[in-house]
Design a protein around this ligand. Sequence first.
Ligand code: FAS
Length: 383
Amino acid sequence: ESTTVAIIGAGPAGLTLANLLRRDGVDCVVLELRSRAYVENRQRAGILDNHAGRIFAESGLADQVLAGAPVETKLEIRYDGEPRFLDVPALAGDRPSHLVPQQLLVRRLIATLPEEVLRFEALDIALHDLDTPVVTYRDMAGVSHELRCTYVAGCDGFHGISRTSIPAGVLTEYTFDHGIGWYTMLADAPAPRYPLMGISPHGFAAQFARGPQASRFYLQYRPGEEDPRSWPDEYAWQQLRLRLGDNSLPSATFTAREIVEMRSYVAEPMTYARLHLVGDAAHIITPMGAKGMNLALSDAATLARAITTVVHDQDESALHAYSDVCLQRTWNYQEFSRWYTEMVHDITADPFRRKLAKARLDRLFTSPPAAAAFADLMAGTLT
Ligand code: FAS
């Protein structure tokens, strides 16, 4: 069997790439390790930034993907309980983001692809000879398959097999441990009027809507020093009231609890022979600024455009530039995410650096160019 692009992984990156390629008449096959049900129910990101929304709008997919998705409005930041508001879409020049849960996006992107393109529960996927690629895998019946292709798109996330198929010594890998953990809890507590962040000497907290009568809460903790999984729920509620400056928060039941330790990772280059890494397969960013899924979608759009240009115009220039274009955007967002993390978290006991973080925050409310620069990155920049 043969195809132009073998896409490894049916997450946001792989499914967006498949949809964009097919829109441009380029054939592809998506090989996914897990079942359709597993992939469609994995909850993760919640925000589709404006740039990512435009990717779907420009490819005629907006109706399927964005249908009914609420538009982001203001952001409320309380410093020691003192509320201040940023109208991020307006500050970004009327470029609103959409609130789209990742599993809903994945479900909608699967629905727009014909059955024959998607191969779920593809086992033991292996890449061979990346100059003239062949992908082998086994189906659930135990039958072995061989897929010849012109290109391989490694969309299989951080723990996939694409990046590790690149020979040792080729990649330069960058890792960073932010020294911060988030304890996140789902609860049937009424959603806040706006996405809410609390900054206080007790640490960072946040409350975002997850439907009209549900909220996702976040509490900063210090990995290695604290383990929030041992915290009684009442202590978590007490910390949320303290850090969000909201004594009216009810002690509702937590329906889900999770801890996320903030780490960043980037592998360079994102291309080796005819393998192109896309999304989490190449980089991991903290959820601060909600750029993980949006970076994956931007990589997918860049690769789709590049491959389409080769297939239709025999012009390989965009494909040769793929890695550099995506890495420039990735490092731009890594810097933004770290800048944002330092601004809102209790990241240091050093009083001087705490004053710097406060000055960084105040500038957003006193300097229109500073506020516009922040909003531009929240909306998603083209580079
Ligand atoms: P994904 O990991 O989503 O998809 C990879 C796909 O490849 C999966 O379906 C996997 O099953 C499959 N796969 C893996 N190995 C394979 C193999 N060997 N063969 C075939 N297929 C294979 N981002 C945000 O922007 N905001 C957030 O709030 C946010 N919260 C997050 C919370 C958590 C707990 C996690 C883990 C991530 C969060 N992220 C968030 C980041 C997340 O959304 C990723 O950036 C996004 O899923 C990246 O999409 P993909 O690159 O498609 O990778």
